[in-house]
Design a protein around this ligand. Structure first.
Ligand SMILES: Nc1ncnc2c1ncn2[C@@H]1O[C@H](COP(=O)(O)OP(=O)(O)O)[C@@H](O)[C@H]1O
Ligand SMILES: [Mg+2]
Length: 251
């Protein structure tokens, strides 16, 4: 089993509010469809929430627990927005001939202080085994300590990726870049302190951006590849086990 994640930075205008990027969503759907029709079907698709997640979490101030009724409205609205984006993507996947089923994380997992503590992965694996493409996404999810919390697509990737063959994360840059804009070929625990000097914080991001992503991936024994979603050939190559321009992250 493999994991493919498409970043919210690619599917949406991340600095906007609930703003999809229809051209990019279509491009991502066509890329996934080509992989699927090429016979690679043993994968789970995860996508980020982009401006359907981060912007609402900041607006409603729901990043550190849900207590007030205004925050419950915020939780509900942010969850609705995340599923809205997922359905936009899923509808395009279905039009491209992929039997994609959106599986909102709010309904199948629970966190404990912002980390996944329970996850009904059987449901996901059953869909996969029956020939569907399970689609999960960054979402607001129940939290046994905080009432509710943000679960990033990257955290879902890290959780499901533990037993995976490999993980492909498509985003809006060619990979992790150094200060000259060159793609860093490999990141491991050994060079991460050096690499982290090149990581810039992005304002409109509640899940740690590129740094958060790499930290999640460095916890795993599975290899992962950060690649540009604007370059479908690279994603297709990596999903077929071939090489392409990307950053490999491996413990
Ligand atoms: N050194 C770096 N190399 C590449 N991207 C970086 C770097 N530092 C910060 N970033 C930012 O990280 C972003 C990708 O992370 P993020 O927005 O969380 O993507 P995603 O939506 O795929 O999770 C890039 O768009 C870029 O702005
Ligand atoms: Mg991100």
């Amino acid at each position: 089993m493999k994991i493919l994640k498409i970043g919210g930075s690619f599917l949406t205008n991340k600095s906007g509010y609930r703003e999809p990027d229809p051209k990019n969503i279509l491009m991502a759907a066509k890329t996934v469809a080509t992989v699927w029709k090429g016979g690679i079907r043993d994968f789970i698709l995860v996508h980020g929430a982009g401006s359907f997640g981060h912007a609402l979490v900041l607006k409603y101030k729901i990043d550190d627990g849900i207590t007030s009724s205004a925050q419950k409205i915020g939780y509900a609205d942010a969850h609705a927005a995340c599923t809205e984006l997922s359905l936009l993507f899923v509808e395009m996947l279905i039009k491209e001939g992929v039997p994609a089923v959106s599986m909102p994380p709010a309904l199948i997992l629970e966190q404990k202080n912002k980390r996944i503590a329970k996850f009904d992965t059987k449901l996901v694996n059953d869909y996969l085994g029956s020939g569907y493409l399970p689609v999960l996404h960054g979402d607001m999810v129940p939290d046994s300590i905080l009432g509710g919390s943000v679960c990033s697509g990257d955290q879902i990737v890290a959780y499901l990726g533990k037993g995976a063959d490999f993980i492909v994360l498509a985003t809006n840059v060619d990979g992790v870049l150094d200060d000259k804009g060159q793609v860093i070929g490999k990141i491991s625990a050994a060079n991460f302190p050096e690499v982290s000097k090149h990581l810039r914080k992005t304002g409109n991001d509640v899940t740690g951006g590129m740094e958060g992503k790499i930290k999640e991936l460095l916890e795993l024994d599975t290899a992962s590849y950060i690649v540009n979603a604007a370059n479908p050939e690279r994603i297709k190559a990596l999903m077929s086990g071939k090489k392409a321009v990307c950053t490999e992250v491996r413990k």
